[in-house]
Design a protein around this ligand. Structure first.
Ligand code: HEC
Ligand code: HEC
Ligand code: HEC
Ligand code: HEC
Length: 440
């Protein structure tokens, strides 16, 4: 008994720093070399062509696409908007376009000494915010014979690899200990953040995944991106929950980590119902477990036993939040370790057509058990369904009629969650069932 306790302490001590390291590694990698600025990439013979080059292995019009279509290019301008000024006024932080807390996510906020001559904060979330400081690879990366692997070795960030990409996007799209979005910022009027790796990778792309891409960088699989994105987001949440500084505000845990709608409801609502996955009674604030929930569906075609183990560990975490901070940390670390252990298998799994059915039926079984009572989970289900439908289309497994039907049922599913304040759980469930019925 005594030895067991000691062993647990040793394991926890060993896990603590490992968790902290994981959260910071993406920002550290991005910021470990000087950022030379978007102007260093945008020459018309580099990435600033107005049309895609025909005889090049990449498009070379990435800058033009980013500048015209990608909201990242306008992320800094957003800080000058009336909405941003109102948020800043309520927080008492002065000019939002100069406030570190906003710049961390709405610009490339690398330290002064790490900025090259052509660097401009007003470029917003620029090329090097994602591809990493180019100081050590800018000159070499366009040379003949230089491979993608060489570039990565020289410090380019591996945006092509789903685990690394998810870690990177989540630093701003969920927040990490070093780029934190708090409930206070939300309370001042910041939009709620939600993220799904596959959906968001394809909303405003400046890249093409074609034969040239796969030759240079390997196979692309959207369902796998979805799967990996869920696991990494779940880890990110658990890392914040167990972070003494970022995860807590005085006597309260940081509320941004909890399900927003657990608190923000009408007093006259009378909408509470049990959720087996939490085992919590009425009137209890729940951690936002949407990504953890999804990661179980990710596992459905991969490892069913692991999926049920995760269900138990998630319930244990929810239960622990009603006991003590220590119990919560221990349960969160256990769950984190499980997900960490499973991620490499998920990242290497070939999500082929036969796995899509297992995922959809796992999602629907949860729906039948009432697991999607929380809006954040319903929203993740819709994005998951989209990844799966696109995968069906890409497989060529569905004919044109079927594809149209699937698309319209997917649109109908999205329509049921359009309004987070007035959505209907019943309509959502039947739209999900209808989509499932149309799937091959
Ligand atoms: C340095 C912070 C940062 C990083 C890293 C980042 N984003 Fe963003 N992203 C933002 C901000 C800020 C916005 C909102 C911009 C605005 O409207 O002002 C945004 C907006 C978006 C949008 C538009 C959302 C919508 O509602 O249309 C998509 C899509 C997106 N990001 C995808 C990604 C993906 C995929 C990654 C990772 C490859 C990523 N982002 C990495 C900060 C970041
Ligand atoms: C952890 C990263 C993060 C921090 C910190 C952050 N933002 Fe954001 N912000 C985002 C992302 C990501 C989006 C886009 C959300 C989406 O569309 O999915 C966004 C969206 C916005 C929007 C809405 C933009 C639009 O086009 O509708 C405003 C306004 C905004 N942020 C202002 C601020 C201000 C002001 C601050 C500082 C107090 C701030 N943000 C801090 C990440 C962040
Ligand atoms: C929000 C993150 C983000 C920003 C900002 C961003 N990129 Fe990308 N970029 C990606 C992702 C994700 C991919 C796709 C995966 C990959 O090929 O690595 C990509 C791919 C690329 C590719 C490779 C395409 C191929 O076929 O191999 C180039 C070139 C590129 N980006 C250039 C740029 C340039 C130039 C800018 C600035 C004008 C920029 N990117 C800004 C995330 C970003
Ligand atoms: C534990 C309960 C709880 C959770 C969970 C919670 N909030 Fe809040 N929220 C509050 C309280 C309490 C206030 C303060 C109300 C006041 O100042 O009168 C508040 C205020 C707000 C406000 C300002 C409302 C206004 O009228 O100005 C917004 C916006 C908000 N929260 C958004 C969110 C979002 C987004 C999430 C999830 C990421 C969330 N909240 C999670 C309890 C919660």
């Amino acid at each position: 008994m005594k030895r067991g306790g000691l062993l647990l302490i040793v394991i926890l001590l060993a896990l603590g720093p490992a968790i902290a390291l994981a959260a910071n590694s993406a920002v550290n990698a991005i910021e470990s070399h000087k950022h030379l600025g978007v102007a260093s990439c945008s020459n018309s013979v580099c990435h600033g062509a107005s049309q895609a080059f025909r005889d090049s292995s990449i498009q070379q019009n990435e800058f033009a696409i980013w500048q015209e279509f990608d909201p990242h290019a306008r992320a800094w301008q957003t800080l000058g908007s009336d909405a941003s000024k109102a948020i800043a006024r309520k927080l008492g932080i002065g000019d939002p376009a100069a406030a570190k807390v906003c710049l961390d996510c709405h610009a490339d906020s690398i330290a002064d000494g790490m900025r090259g001559e052509r660097f401009q904060l007003s470029d917003g979330v620029g090329c090097e915010s994602c591809h990493g400081g180019s100081e050590s690879w800018l000159n070499a990366h366009a040379d003949k014979g230089v491979t993608h692997k060489d570039n990565l070795k020289n410090g380019m960030y591996p945006t092509d690899q789903p685990i690394a990409r998810a870690r990177l996007c989540l630093t701003c799209h969920m927040g990490t200990a070093d780029r934190m979005i708090t409930h206070r910022i939300m309370g001042a009027g910041h939009p709620r953040l939600s993220f799904e790796l596959d959906t968001f990778t394809w909303l405003h792309p400046h890249y093409k995944i074609d034969e040239s891409w796969t030759r240079r960088k390997g196979e692309w699989n959207g369902v796998r991106d979805w799967a990996v994105g869920q696991g990494v987001a779940a880890e990110n949440l658990l890392e914040l929950v167990t972070d003494e500084k970022a995860g807590w505000q005085g006597i309260f845990p940081e509320l941004v980590l909890f399900d927003c709608h657990a608190c923000h409801q009408l007093m006259s609502g009378r909408t509470w119902g049990p959720r087996q996955g939490t085992g919590l009674g009425p009137g209890v604030v729940r951690l936002n477990d949407a990504n953890i929930l999804m990661f179980r569906h990710v596992l459905a075609p991969v490892d069913k036993a692991a999926a049920s183990r995760l269900l138990e560990q998630t319930r244990a975490l929810h239960q622990a939040t009603t006991k003590s901070r220590e119990a919560t940390f221990a349960a969160a670390r256990k769950l984190h370790a499980s997900i960490e252990g499973l991620l490499p298998t998920v990242a290497a799994f070939n999500y082929g057509p036969e796995s899509l059915d297992a995922i959809l039926s796992s999602i629907e079984a949860d729906a039948a058990r009432g697991e999607y009572r929380d809006y954040a989970a319903a929203e993740q289900v819709a994005m998951a369904a989209q990844s799966v439908v696109v995968a069906f289309e890409n497989d060529g497994k569905v004919d044109a009629d079927k594809a149209t039907l699937l698309r319209s049922r997917l649109d109908a599913l999205y329509a049921t969650i359009k309004n987070e304040d007035s959505w209907s759980r019943e309509k959502f469930r039947s739209a999900l069932a209808a989509l499932r019925a149309a799937a091959p």
